[in-house]
Write a protein that binds this ligand. Sequence first.
Ligand code: NI
Length: 178
Amino acid sequence: MAIRPVLRMGDMHLLRRSDELIYFDTPELHALLADMRDTMNALDGVGLAAPQIGVGLRVVIFGMRHNPRYPDAEPVPDTVLLNPLITPLGDDTEEDWEGCLSVPGMRGMVPRFKNVRYQGCDEYGALIDRTVSGFHARVVQHECDHLDGILYPMRIKNMRLFGFQDVLFPDGKTKITD
Ligand code: NI
């Protein structure tokens, strides 16, 4: 398995709609997920979407136990989510800082639905159906946006709240979503 290069904003592959997965539990899918995990862990990411390593399939992974880079964030279970569907529960949104491994060094203030239901399946085809809120909901929305070619800067409402992490947060502590 391998750490793969992460595509950066400006690469056209990040702007495409990814394709639904048809087959589950295949050697190719397990190999893709192993590479995605290796890549995410090597970069201390909270999530990664397949298009970020140049694979145009509707595959995301995310999860976070305690991470010293994000000391204030709530834990999120390690999850493999394929062909996801997100349904907002209510109109409530909240803004918080996000980053992205495809937009290295930057942070922006992004509005997201506060409460969502997400459905999909895992790598074996088992159904996933969860209702989540807060940071967990934010991470899912961020990662699934990648499958539709959307990067978080496209969702920033106030571009004054977009900048370099080390300038915005000289003490090095932020809660982020990449
Ligand atoms: Ni991202």
